[in-house]
Design a protein around this ligand. Sequence first.
Ligand code: SAM
Ligand code: DTB
Ligand code: SF4
Length: 358
Amino acid sequence: MSAVSHARESAGQPVPLRHDWSRAEIEALFALPLTELLFRAAGVHRQHFDPAEVQISTLLSVKTGGCPEDCSYCPQAQRYHTGVEATKLMETEAVLEKARQAKAAGASRFCMGAAWRSPKDRDIPKVAAMIREVKALGMETCATLGMLSGPQARALKEAGLDYYNHNIDTDPEFYDAIIHTREIQDRFDTLEHVRDAGLKTCCGGIVGMGETGRQRAGLLRTLANLPVHPDSVPINRLVQVEGTPLHGTEAIDPFDFVRTIAVARILMPCSMVRLSAGRQDMSDELQAMCFLAGANSIFYGEQLLTTGNPDTERDMALFQRLGLKPMQVHVDAEGHDHPGTVHADIIELPQHPQSCAA
Ligand code: SAM
Ligand code: DTB
Ligand code: SF4
């Protein structure tokens, strides 16, 4: 894993970021008393973000089910009997209508997901048309389509894609227990193609899949030690779907989930940490603890891809009760987004002290 470091602007100063975390250091963070861990994570959060702001993305499954992969958590894998019906790729106009609704409901980013191992080259112009049109609405665009080649990543960037979501999903040491139809190196390769194309990366994982604490630390270590911290780090709590091999797995202790968010915030101080799948079954109090631990992004809207998400009224009521507000994103005439310091350009530094100094 590379120990090359990068920095972003925060309050006009470059912020050194670490990429050389050891598993033991991360396990030591997890082992802190929860009160101390939350205090540290909340401090880091405040150095880089307004803790009252939460970025809001809406998801749409533009191609559902029938996937040839065997990810043991996923209701869209064809081989499991989950009741998810396979559909064709949606028409651009239908996608656009959903994006307009998401924008009207307050979402700043629209994420289009497809149940593909990887897109075929002939799919790319169709997805590119969706991206172009959604971007023209003044929203940030995100896509998650499976593994990408370099030319595919460049074609999506050309169409106006801002973010590509591609999760490493779990600790490399646990990967073989969860997915057998691809290797974690395939995921790293796609992430490299995505970065090389100039796209922002959205990369995280799932917890509550029966992993150990050591493996949870390994997931976050792998994310933080990527050559560039992902701009967005989704932390999903497994949504257990009947018919998938992981249905019936012992649930993660809610406090361990909060610890995962807090450690992600400390390791990747300038990234958006997204409280992702699994919110529907979380109490308002647990979500509040996650925001306190440094989560500053959510999926908003009643549906994730194939499973449910809290309804928008519940989320708006929660925001009001907690005094949180949706993060504003300004897209200029050239289509560049300006959400304050959040997506400031990454500056590579040859050497720097290994601590966050903003
Ligand atoms: N097929 C593409 C891929 O796998 O990259 C894109 C869509 S896939 C559904 C996107 C991500 O959703 C997965 O990487 C996984 O992290 C998450 N996911 C899928 N099923 C989930 C579940 N049951 N609970 C939590 N997260 C899940
Ligand atoms: C991510 O990390 N979580 C989202 C998004 N990226 C694409 C997907 C969650 C899917 C949950 C199961 C489903 O709804 O099918
Ligand atoms: Fe397919 Fe993605 Fe689901 Fe894996 S996570 S089965 S690749 S849709």
